[in-house]
Design a protein around this ligand. Structure first.
Ligand SMILES: Nc1ncnc2c1ncn2[C@@H]1O[C@H](COP(=O)(O)OP(=O)(O)OP(=O)(O)O)[C@@H](O)[C@H]1O
Ligand SMILES: [Mg+2]
Length: 314
């Protein structure tokens, strides 16, 4: 069973003075997140990430399409206690302390007995690095500390699915590292994590799979390692026998000869042909390695690609 299944989800916002013009923010999104998976939803500013997450949380309503979470309709109230959500810009009651705020959320989620609540609250605050803030009011918290409170409220009720909108934003590198570790530990516990980010190194480190969204359209995605090698589209071939180079030179985009060993770069689509020709020349093959690109290479290739409609009406 998929933890999250989104089918044809679209959102048009009404814009303009008379709110008569419809502006598409999300165009028929189909997406699945497997149970226990960390899925990164990547896209530049204005791509439609927050819109998607708000739709999924039932904060706004779609123009069309539907979704299910843990096998139930996404708007079913019974599913809410199994989901934790960190909004993009969380606002909290300024005059509460962190334990008071979490106590409130714990109570809302139906957590029983005050005693159990306070133990859980203490443990979660420790976990997000806020174990020692005592009665300090939230209005005195730094931006990074508030972000931690946001994560704490998202996990206070021990949800199965955690949805986070830009969890690393407003963090210094150390804070980002801490959030990453926290998300990794949630994943290790078997939670499903669906989060948006534009920090590709964080996605690369954490995610099993990613999806790239741009201008409201899902442009691509898949298993992170596959995307890296696909984007490079080239392989490195090392063989012995410099005499072999001349006959295959037209297939090589680069070649370096050191002693009798050749290191050549070939487009992956030409790889079979190259290997066949080298075999015919009885050249000794040492290694064939697909070259890895970065997730950033993939992201840039997908967000600079034109869609069919853009290509017709640029
Ligand atoms: N309430 C709204 N009314 C009208 N348009 C909106 C509204 N909310 C979002 N939009 C538009 O929808 C598009 C997608 O916005 P969204 O906030 O989902 O992007 P995002 O991917 O989360 O971007 P960011 O990385 O900046 O957070 C943008 O063009 C935005 O201007
Ligand atoms: Mg956003």
């Amino acid at each position: 069973m998929h933890a999250i299944e989104i089918q044809g989800l679209s959102k048009d916002y009404r814009v303009g003075f008379w709110k008569k013009k419809l502006q598409p923010a999300l165009k028929s999104l189909d997406l699945t997140v497997a149970s226990g998976e960390a899925f990164g939803f990547l896209g530049p500013n204005g791509a439609g990430k927050t819109t998607t997450l708000k739709l999924l949380m039932g904060i706004i309503f779609p123009s069309s399409g539907t979704a299910s979470i843990l096998g139930q309709h996404y708007l079913d109230p019974a599913i809410k206690k199994k989901i934790g959500f960190l909004p993009e810009q969380p606002y909290f009651y300024d005059y509460l302390s962190a334990p008071e705020l979490l106590g409130y959320y714990a109570q809302l989620s139906g957590m029983p007995a005050q005693e159990r609540r306070s133990q859980r609250i203490h443990a979660v605050l420790e976990r997000v690095g806020l174990g020692d803030t005592g009665n300090k009011q939230l209005r005195k918290f730094s931006k990074g500390m508030l972000q931690r409170v946001g994560i704490a409220q998202a996990i206070i009720h021990d949800p199965e699915v955690v949805v986070l909108d830009e969890p690393m934003s407003g963090r210094d590198p150390l804070g980002r590292h801490e959030v990453r570790e926290l998300m990794q530990s949630l994943k290790d516990e078997g939670k499903t994590i669906f989060f948006s980010t534009h920090i590709l190194s964080d996605a690369e480190a954490l995610c099993d799979r990613v999806g790239v969204i741009h201008k409201g359209e899902l442009r691509g995605g898949g298993v992170v390692n596959d995307l890296r090698s696909n984007v490079a589209g080239k392989s490195e071939v090392i063989f012995e026998g410099a005499h072999g180079v001349a006959k295959v030179a037209d297939l090589l985009s680069e070649s370096h000869v050191t002693g009798g060993t050749v290191r050549a770069i070939v487009r992956s689509s030409d790889l079979d042909l190259l290997l066949e020709k080298l075999r015919q020349q009885r050249v000794r093959l040492i290694a064939v390695t697909p070259l890895q690109g970065t997730l950033e290479d993939y992201f840039l290739s997908k967000t600079s690609e034109k869609t069919e409609s853009e290509a017709v009406h640029p």
